[in-house]
Design a protein around this ligand. Sequence first.
Ligand code: PNS
Length: 163
Amino acid sequence: MIAIYPGSFDPITNGHLDIIKRASKLSEKLYVAVLVNDRKKAFLSVEQKIDLIKCATEDINNVEVIAFDGLLVDLLKDKNANFVIKGLRAITDFEYEFQMAQLNKDMNVKAETLFMMSSPEFTFLSSSAVREIYNFGGDISGYVPKCVEKKINNIKEVEGRRK
Ligand code: PNS
Protein backbone atom coordinates (compact mmCIF):
# COMPACT_ATOMS: atom_id res chain seq x y z
CA MET A 1 0.00 0.00 0.00
CA ILE A 2 0.99 3.59 -0.58
CA ALA A 3 0.10 5.71 2.44
CA ILE A 4 0.12 9.37 3.40
CA TYR A 5 0.66 10.62 6.95
CA PRO A 6 -0.39 14.28 6.85
CA GLY A 7 0.03 16.93 9.50
CA SER A 8 1.36 20.27 10.64
CA PHE A 9 4.44 18.75 12.33
CA ASP A 10 5.27 22.02 14.11
CA PRO A 11 7.61 20.37 15.17
CA ILE A 12 7.72 16.60 14.65
CA THR A 13 7.62 14.88 18.08
CA ASN A 14 8.58 11.41 19.34
CA GLY A 15 4.87 10.58 19.10
CA HIS A 16 4.81 11.38 15.36
CA LEU A 17 8.03 9.43 14.84
CA ASP A 18 6.52 6.40 16.58
CA ILE A 19 3.53 6.48 14.18
CA ILE A 20 5.87 6.95 11.17
CA LYS A 21 8.01 3.94 12.17
CA ARG A 22 4.99 1.70 12.73
CA ALA A 23 3.13 2.87 9.60
CA SER A 24 6.25 2.49 7.41
CA LYS A 25 6.28 -1.22 8.30
CA LEU A 26 2.75 -1.57 6.93
CA SER A 27 3.38 0.38 3.72
CA GLU A 28 5.41 -0.05 0.55
CA LYS A 29 5.80 3.70 0.58
CA LEU A 30 4.86 6.25 3.22
CA TYR A 31 4.66 9.94 2.39
CA VAL A 32 4.94 12.23 5.39
CA ALA A 33 3.06 15.28 4.09
CA VAL A 34 3.53 18.69 5.69
CA LEU A 35 0.62 21.09 5.26
CA VAL A 36 1.69 24.40 3.66
CA ASN A 37 -1.47 26.50 3.90
CA ASP A 38 -1.81 26.10 7.64
CA ARG A 39 -4.13 28.70 9.22
CA LYS A 40 -2.32 28.41 12.54
CA LYS A 41 0.61 30.74 13.21
CA ALA A 42 3.58 28.47 12.77
CA PHE A 43 6.59 28.08 15.04
CA LEU A 44 8.68 26.72 12.12
CA SER A 45 8.60 27.34 8.37
CA VAL A 46 7.56 24.50 6.06
CA GLU A 47 11.20 24.11 4.93
CA GLN A 48 12.34 23.83 8.55
CA LYS A 49 9.61 21.31 9.37
CA ILE A 50 10.63 19.19 6.36
CA ASP A 51 14.32 19.37 7.27
CA LEU A 52 13.54 18.20 10.82
CA ILE A 53 11.33 15.31 9.66
CA LYS A 54 13.99 14.25 7.14
CA CYS A 55 16.67 14.09 9.82
CA ALA A 56 14.36 12.13 12.15
CA THR A 57 13.44 9.59 9.45
CA GLU A 58 16.69 9.31 7.47
CA ASP A 59 17.16 5.64 8.40
CA ILE A 60 13.68 4.61 7.18
CA ASN A 61 14.03 3.72 3.50
CA ASN A 62 10.42 3.83 2.34
CA VAL A 63 9.59 7.24 3.86
CA GLU A 64 9.50 10.38 1.72
CA VAL A 65 8.86 13.82 3.20
CA ILE A 66 6.84 16.24 1.07
CA ALA A 67 5.00 19.54 1.37
CA PHE A 68 1.36 19.79 0.31
CA ASP A 69 -1.06 22.58 -0.30
CA GLY A 70 -4.81 22.23 -0.74
CA LEU A 71 -6.94 19.18 -0.13
CA LEU A 72 -5.61 15.89 1.19
CA VAL A 73 -7.90 13.97 -1.20
CA ASP A 74 -6.15 15.64 -4.14
CA LEU A 75 -2.75 14.64 -2.76
CA LEU A 76 -3.98 11.04 -2.48
CA LYS A 77 -4.85 11.09 -6.19
CA ASP A 78 -1.56 12.76 -7.15
CA LYS A 79 0.51 10.18 -5.29
CA ASN A 80 -1.72 7.26 -6.24
CA ALA A 81 -2.02 6.57 -2.53
CA ASN A 82 -4.71 4.35 -1.01
CA PHE A 83 -4.52 5.22 2.67
CA VAL A 84 -4.32 8.15 5.02
CA ILE A 85 -2.58 7.37 8.31
CA LYS A 86 -3.66 9.23 11.43
CA GLY A 87 -2.53 8.84 15.03
CA LEU A 88 -5.09 8.86 17.83
CA ARG A 89 -3.89 9.74 21.30
CA ALA A 90 -7.13 9.92 23.21
CA ILE A 91 -10.87 10.13 22.81
CA THR A 92 -10.49 13.92 22.50
CA ASP A 93 -8.79 13.44 19.10
CA PHE A 94 -11.57 11.22 17.86
CA GLU A 95 -14.37 13.66 17.06
CA TYR A 96 -12.25 15.89 14.82
CA GLU A 97 -10.47 13.00 13.14
CA PHE A 98 -13.74 11.14 12.55
CA GLN A 99 -15.20 14.22 10.83
CA MET A 100 -12.07 14.62 8.65
CA ALA A 101 -12.09 10.94 7.69
CA GLN A 102 -15.80 11.09 6.75
CA LEU A 103 -15.35 14.30 4.75
CA ASN A 104 -12.34 12.91 2.90
CA LYS A 105 -14.23 9.71 2.09
CA ASP A 106 -17.20 11.76 0.89
CA MET A 107 -14.96 13.76 -1.46
CA ASN A 108 -13.03 10.70 -2.66
CA VAL A 109 -14.57 7.27 -2.05
CA LYS A 110 -11.13 5.72 -2.30
CA ALA A 111 -9.78 7.77 0.63
CA GLU A 112 -9.54 5.26 3.45
CA THR A 113 -8.20 6.53 6.77
CA LEU A 114 -6.33 4.13 9.05
CA PHE A 115 -6.11 5.17 12.68
CA MET A 116 -3.15 4.00 14.72
CA MET A 117 -3.40 4.21 18.48
CA SER A 118 -0.59 6.21 19.98
CA SER A 119 1.88 4.17 22.04
CA PRO A 120 1.06 4.72 25.75
CA GLU A 121 4.26 6.66 26.44
CA PHE A 122 3.25 9.32 23.88
CA THR A 123 -0.44 9.84 24.64
CA PHE A 124 0.27 13.08 26.51
CA LEU A 125 2.58 14.50 23.84
CA SER A 126 1.73 17.18 21.26
CA SER A 127 3.61 19.67 19.11
CA SER A 128 1.84 22.53 20.90
CA ALA A 129 3.11 21.26 24.27
CA VAL A 130 6.65 21.00 22.86
CA ARG A 131 6.42 24.58 21.53
CA GLU A 132 5.17 25.87 24.86
CA ILE A 133 7.89 24.08 26.85
CA TYR A 134 10.52 25.38 24.42
CA ASN A 135 9.22 28.95 24.42
CA PHE A 136 9.30 29.04 28.22
CA GLY A 137 12.88 27.75 28.28
CA GLY A 138 12.07 24.16 29.32
CA ASP A 139 13.82 20.96 28.29
CA ILE A 140 12.29 19.29 25.19
CA SER A 141 14.93 16.56 24.87
CA GLY A 142 12.56 13.81 26.06
CA TYR A 143 9.85 14.78 23.59
CA VAL A 144 11.52 15.17 20.19
CA PRO A 145 14.14 13.12 18.31
CA LYS A 146 17.74 14.05 19.20
CA CYS A 147 18.58 15.65 15.83
CA VAL A 148 15.34 17.66 15.99
CA GLU A 149 16.25 19.11 19.38
CA LYS A 150 19.68 20.15 18.04
CA LYS A 151 18.25 21.68 14.88
CA ILE A 152 15.52 23.61 16.73
CA ASN A 153 18.14 25.09 19.03
CA ASN A 154 20.26 26.13 16.00
CA ILE A 155 17.28 27.61 14.14
CA LYS A 156 16.08 29.62 17.12
CA GLU A 157 19.59 30.80 17.94
CA VAL A 158 19.99 32.09 14.36
CA GLU A 159 16.54 33.72 14.51
CA GLY A 160 17.57 35.32 17.79
CA ARG A 161 14.51 33.85 19.50
CA ARG A 162 16.43 32.13 22.27
CA LYS A 163 19.83 32.19 24.01
O1 PNS B 1 -1.27 17.98 12.47
P1 PNS B 1 -2.66 18.49 12.19
O2 PNS B 1 -2.71 20.00 12.35
O3 PNS B 1 -3.71 17.78 12.98
O4 PNS B 1 -2.94 18.17 10.63
C1 PNS B 1 -4.16 18.53 10.04
C2 PNS B 1 -4.18 18.12 8.54
C3 PNS B 1 -3.01 18.69 7.79
C4 PNS B 1 -4.13 16.60 8.45
C5 PNS B 1 -5.52 18.63 7.96
O5 PNS B 1 -5.68 19.99 8.28
C6 PNS B 1 -5.63 18.47 6.44
O6 PNS B 1 -5.75 17.39 5.93
N1 PNS B 1 -5.58 19.63 5.73
C7 PNS B 1 -5.67 19.68 4.29
C8 PNS B 1 -7.00 20.27 3.83
C9 PNS B 1 -8.07 19.19 3.79
O7 PNS B 1 -8.01 18.27 2.99
N2 PNS B 1 -9.04 19.26 4.73
C10 PNS B 1 -10.03 18.25 4.90
C11 PNS B 1 -11.36 18.63 4.34
S1 PNS B 1 -12.04 20.10 5.05
